[in-house]
Design a protein around this ligand. Structure first.
Ligand code: ZN
Length: 343
């Protein structure tokens, strides 16, 4: 299978993040993508191609123009404010505050267009995020043109990014942008299967009232784990989207026995939706040695994930999301892809 990747996605170089009440070394590092790229080359998975530039139009199909304008202009605003280093929001328009005003101050705007303090913005972060979205779009175009499978080696990840808010290391929702692009290219029904350890709150929010894009997410129980405020089992979609959203929150410590059973249920939901194209939000953080996660999947289990997904018999776009056990990321990610190809 072909993969898509650009070195320019490594321009986003966060140095620290707010964790356990301290500023600690960031975990969403450029080396994550390099380990995956190196493993693709090592096993001879297939050609790695550079992403094309798609411009702003496909981003606007998912994100609001004011959010994209804010991000486009953020670095200049940051410099004009006399600031250097990384930007962190710290004040948000939660319930009881006004959500219908857009402040002029940079910290007000940072709060308006984010939902957490976990996503440092450096000088090249937005550039890397746009190239990451182009990576997903280039791989999606391969699927639209008839490829049975493609892998978008996206970094930074995307599934936490909402229509108009960044967060959870994510700026642009790569999987959602790809899914919408596939719809626009003629796919009637698209399923997004999110296997990241954390709930894909952004993807759920984007498609929550849509009946043409199904969202299925396997993740740690949000009562115990980030993002805490979305990802519960009773969120089934609204309006035309009712019945097109399913969450499988699982207890901390879940291993393949429980996780694989949930995957099986999700695959049955995808099959009964009548989907014609599958997008997999491929997080590798359910891994037992992941430093920020608490599931117990082993490297061989990732091969099983690929094989189970292949059984659906659908054109499949894999989009990389999280995963922070950096030295194991290449093996685990490529195990999913070879598991798919070998099944
Ligand atoms: Zn994650």
């Amino acid at each position: 299978m072909k993969s898509v990747f650009s070195q320019r996605q490594l321009l986003h170089t966060p140095s620290k993040e707010l964790s356990d009440g301290e500023m600690r070394p960031a975990v969403e590092l450029p080396a994550r993508a390099e380990y995956v790229r190196d493993r693709i080359l090592e096993v001879g998975l297939g050609e790695i191609v550079e992403p094309s530039t798609f411009g702003r139009a496909p981003l606007e199909r998912v994100h609001t123009t004011d959010y994209l304008d804010f991000m486009d202009g953020f670095h200049a605003m940051h410099e004009a404010a006399g600031r250097s280093g990384e930007a962190f929001p710290f004040c948000w328009p939660t319930k009881g505050l006004r959500c219908d005003v857009t402040p002029r101050h940079i910290d007000g705007l940072l709060g308006r267009y984010s939902f957490d303090a976990g996503t440092p913005i450096g000088p090249m972060s937005w550039e890397a995020a746009k190239i990451s979205a182009d990576t997903a779009l280039t791989a999606a175009r391969m699927i639209a043109e008839g490829a049975p499978v493609a892998f978008a080696l996206c970094r930074p990840p995307g599934h936490h990014a909402m229509t108009d808010r960044f967060g959870g290391y994510c700026f642009l929702n790569n999987a959602a942008i790809a899914a919408q692009y596939l719809r626009d290219q003629g796919a009637e029904r698209v399923t997004i299967l999110d296997v990241d350890y954390h709930h894909g709150n952004g993807t759920q929010q984007i498609f929550y009232e849509r009946g043409d894009v199904q969202f299925l997410s396997l993740h740690a129980d949000p009562a115990e784990e980030y993002p805490y405020f979305l990802g519960y089992a009773d969120e089934i979609g609204e309006g035309e989207g009712e019945g097109a959203n399913y969450n499988w929150p699982m207890p901390l410590g879940t291993d393949w026995a429980g996780w694989g059973a949930s995957l099986d249920e999700a695959c049955k939901r995808a099959a009964s939706f009548g989907t014609d194209t599958l997008v997999v939000s491929l997080g590798l953080d359910p891994f037992e040695r992941d430093p920020i996660s608490k599931f117990k999947l082993k490297s061989d289990d990732f091969t099983r994930i690929g094989a189970r997904i292949r059984k659906l018999g659908l054109p499949t776009l894999f989009v990389m999301e999280g995963g922070y056990a950096i030295d194991a990321l290449g093996v685990n990610c490529v195990n999913v892809l070879t598991g798919f190809e070998g099944a």
